[in-house]
Design a protein around this ligand. Structure first.
Ligand code: ADP
Length: 498
């Protein structure tokens, strides 16, 4: 950029307006005519025609390369013409020698001026190409919201491209200092950025990094930066970086995350709605037990000699049944609550047990035999308890629904919870239902894909987004006639107090 501004004005000096050019051209023609007339008509014993050198030099700023060649040829012809016209009848050695000297002078001048002109034309072309590629680069930077940044070491000179200045929102044309760049970083990210600069300087290692900028009006921007170390011929070091404004992408990611968790919440509530009968049963059972124990307790009290020990036992049973009912309600409330995911160490076995408890009646209703196979105690993962519970409930309900199409006697559901290589924890829900046809297997996790008359087709799609948000993987397997298995794997975590 600097190069363009320093070269171009020098080149264009004196020929930047059309009227100015025309005046110079007129002056050159007048000068040519005057030299010709003086050369032809005067009887001076000097090589007047040498002055054509001035005409050739002036024309180098006014004409193209070919135009200059024509002007040089014309000057030569005028020298010869003036000599022939003034000495048509006499042949004298001195005037002829002067004519030759003049011709030699303008030939040498023309060759040098043409060389200079060619070099200058090439330079102008290069400058134009440079300007064009600069304009293209600026356009591409603008389109991709990516600016470039140069940082010279050890003097810390910063060079920002136009787009990088726009991202940082620096006004004016002065390049900022490193301190000004750091001052634009979000206060929470400033220390990380300083550490990164020190690390880059000490280890010459330039990792990709993301940080936030805080604009003077309080707006926040997310920026991703990638840098590379370059060494110039003099041994100086410069870091060349690409700076990308990823605010829009981050906002979209955030919005997507929010709508996914809203969707997850809606499907959770829908599943709860589907399980309303089971839930009512789960709550009703302890309540019935409370009533029975309360009646028994009253009877023991109403006796002539109240049996305090029996009453004590009845009250204790009332307390434990009430506790059981409140536990069920607590779990249902947790599932129906609209909360942001909270990641913590959780025991997947615990989560599975809770999910089995909530689906207990569904299991009974579908007359399915559940076999639980767990190879290890305490299979810890880092995750959100409610969301993982939602995934397991979904897989269990799908498997139970699949089982309803086979004979009640042989309905079997195997749940395998195990560790896998690479510190993975896997959970497999396997049924001996009709299985999943090969042609629909790849579409299983698509949103709104369902084969059920009343299905929403969101269950497995939500399961996938939950598992992927946990950094895990979910997949389905089915061999014809051997039922289906839906499995997920998550990175094993360190135990915590779940
Ligand atoms: P929905 O249950 O509303 O249909 P899902 O996303 O939970 O939505 O499931 C999508 C489809 O996957 C189901 O309609 C069913 O065809 C198939 N599917 C899921 N689990 C099983 C299974 N265990 N056995 C057979 N098919 C299954």
């Amino acid at each position: 950029m600097k190069m363009a501004t320093s070269v171009v004005p020098g080149h264009c000096a004196g020929i930047n307006s059309a009227s100015h050019v025309w005046m110079l051209k007129l002056g050159a023609v007048t000068l040519t005519l005057m030299i010709f007339l003086v050369d032809w008509l005067s009887s001076l014993d000097v090589a007047i025609a040498v002055l054509y050198v001035a005409v050739i030099l002036i024309s180098s700023d006014l004409f193209s390369y070919r135009g200059m060649q024509a002007v040089s040829g014309l000057c030569g012809l005028l020298i010869l013409g003036a000599y022939l016209l003034s000495h048509e009848d006499t042949w004298l050695a001195p005037p002829f020698a002067r004519c030759l000297v003049s011709l030699a002078a303008i030939t040498i001048t023309a060759i040098l001026a043409l060389k200079c002109k060619a070099a200058r034309d090439a330079l102008v072309e290069q400058v134009q190409l440079l300007r064009r590629s600069e304009a293209l680069l600026a356009g591409a930077q603008r389109l991709s919201s990516t600016g470039s940044l140069g940082l010279k070491m050890p003097d810390g000179q910063v060079d920002l491209s136009e787009e990088a200045r726009r991202i940082f929102e620096f006004e004016g044309r002065l390049q900022p200092t490193v301190q000004q760049l750091i001052a634009r970083a979000h206060p929470d990210d400033t220390d990380d950025l300083k550490k990164l600069i020190q690390q880059v300087h000490a280890q010459h290692d330039c990792p990709q990094t993301e940080f936030r900028l805080l604009m003077p009006d309080g707006r926040c921007k997310n920026v991703r930066m990638l840098a590379q170390r370059m060494t110039d011929s003099s041994g100086g070091c410069e870091y060349l970086g690409a700076l990308m404004d990823v605010t829009a992408a981050k906002n979209a990611e955030e919005a997507l995350h929010q709508s996914q968790s809203q969707l997850a919440h809606i499907t959770r509530v829908t599943v709860l709605g589907e399980m309303a009968a089971s839930i009512a049963h789960e709550v009703n059972q302890p309540l019935a037990a409370v009533t029975t124990n309360a009646e028994a307790g009253l009877r023991w009290l109403d006796r002539e000699e109240p049996n305090v020990a029996e009453v004590h036992g009845a009250v204790q049973r009332i307390m434990s049944e009430a506790h059981r009912a409140s536990e069920v309600i607590r779990r249902i409330r947790a599932l129906s609550c609209k909360t942001e995911p909270h990641y913590s160490p959780i025991d997947l076995q615990d989560v599975l047990q809770e999910a089995l408890l909530l689906t207990r009646r569904e299991t009974r209703r579908h007359k399915a035999n559940i076999e639980l196979k767990s190879q290890a105690d305490g299979l810890w993962v880092q995750g959100d308890r409610i969301q993982l519970q939602q995934v397991i409930i979904n897989l269990l309900l799908n498997a139970l629904q699949a089982l309803s199409s086979i004979h009640a006697k042989g309905r079997r559901l195997v749940i395998v919870l195990d560790t896998a290589p690479n510190n993975q924890v896997t959970l497999r829900v396997q049924d001996n239902g009709p299985g999943i046809p090969a042609e629909i297997l790849p579409r299983l996790f698509e949103a709104f894909f369902t084969t059920k008359a009343e299905g929403m087709g969101m269950g497995l799609s939500i399961c996938r987004s939950i598992i992927e948000a946990h950094g895990g993987r979910i997949w389905a397997e089915s061999e014809p006639g051997r039922g289906a298995s839906v499995c997920f794997s998550l990175a094993g975590g360190t135990p915590g107090s779940s």
